[in-house]
Design a protein around this ligand. Structure first.
Ligand SMILES: [Zn+2]
Length: 332
């Protein structure tokens, strides 16, 4: 990565984030020069870095003036905007990847949502009457980029939030996604923790990107799911794949009403499988991880964070999973 000073010079003609098109794949890439100016609270890995950052953390209650003015906050007891008394709070990202349509300063269609695979400025979509397509076409990266602060206290991990604060954080995500649902083509919410994940501040927060286009991979999935739905007169692609896997039983270890899933961890791709098992054992995770949340929802026992579970439990082995006590017993 270039130094701040050098990158500021190199991109002196690029004032705002823009979408560029990869000429070979047609994929969009957002270039946001302002990101190079971010503070890097994690960078000085000195012993007292953590305490120092807590003392000066702009996301902590009482330092509301150090963030851009809030666009939303949960204040159960009321109170002024940008003052203490909130439980979750949303502010525009100080170093946005996206710019609001009214600030983009482009044509009338700057904010128009694009739902297809190709960008409207993709050189291959331009009129054939233009002799030489503009291979370096770009457009303003229009949208909203918010930071949702999960708690007023300086908590540095989502998993360390109290149950009440966690519920408040999820409610905040939903609230803000709802606020952008009508104007955005695609909403992308991430929680990045730690320097390795690209977070520049340790205080637990999420980033919400309200994009004016649908990312190519998601657009492709939507197209295929939609085409499948139409072709099968109402079929659901993901659910039918899972059903067919069970019918073929070629790649299934076991599935019946007493099958236990033992795996390193689960993510949304596993949800269909979790609906068909009697219990779950994972090697990683905790109270708030995907497997725990879904199993609670489905009412099936789950024991998480069992070291080397996939090695210690053999395929076909009979085990008893006690979700209440968090125990796994090897029977035979
Ligand atoms: Zn803080």
């Amino acid at each position: 990565m270039a130094t701040r000073r050098a990158s500021a010079g190199a991109h002196s003609d690029l004032a705002a984030p823009e979408v560029r098109i990869d000429q070979l794949t047609g994929q969009r890439v957002i270039l946001a020069p302002g990101r190079a100016e971010r503070p890097d609270a994690f960078a000085p890995a000195r012993p007292q870095a953590r305490e120092e950052s807590a003392e000066s953390c702009p996301f902590c209650e009482g330092r509301e003036g150090r963030t851009p003015p809030e666009v939303w906050a949960s204040r159960p007891d009321g109170g002024e905007a940008d003052s203490p008394g909130w439980t979750a709070r949303s502010v525009p990202n100080l170093y946005p990847v996206l710019v609001p349509a009214e600030e983009a300063g482009a044509g009338d269609d700057a904010g128009a949502a694009e739902t297809g695979l190709a960008s409207s400025v993709d050189p291959l979509r331009q009129s054939s009457r233009v002799r030489q397509p503009n291979l370096f076409a770009s457009q303003p990266a229009v949208g909203e980029h918010e930071v949702i602060i999960h708690a007023p206290e300086h908590v540095t991990s989502l998993a360390d939030l109290s149950e009440e604060r966690f519920a408040g954080a999820v409610a905040a995500w939903r609230e803000r996604m709802r606020a952008h649902a009508d104007s955005a083509a695609f909403l992308h919410l991430i929680v990045n923790e730690g320097r390795d994940a690209g977070a520049s501040l340790p205080h637990s927060h999420a980033q919400l990107y309200a994009l004016s286009f649908v990312p190519a991979e998601v657009a492709r999935e939507r197209e295929r799911t939609g085409a499948y739905h139409e072709r099968t007169m109402g079929g659901h692609l993901l659910s039918d794949v899972a059903t067919e896997e069970v019918r073929r039983s070629e790649r299934l270890v076991a599935v019946d009403e007493s099958a236990i899933l033992v795996c390193p961890f689960t993510d949304p791709g596993w949800t269909v499988t979790l609906d068909r098992v009697a219990g779950v054992v994972t090697e990683t995770g905790g109270l708030l991880s995907h497997a725990a949340v879904i199993c609670r929802e489905y009412g099936i026992p789950a024991v998480l964070a069992v070291p080397r579970a996939t090695e210690r439990i053999r395929d076909g082995q009979i085990i008893v999973v006690d979700g209440g006590h968090g125990s796994v017993e090897l029977v035979g």
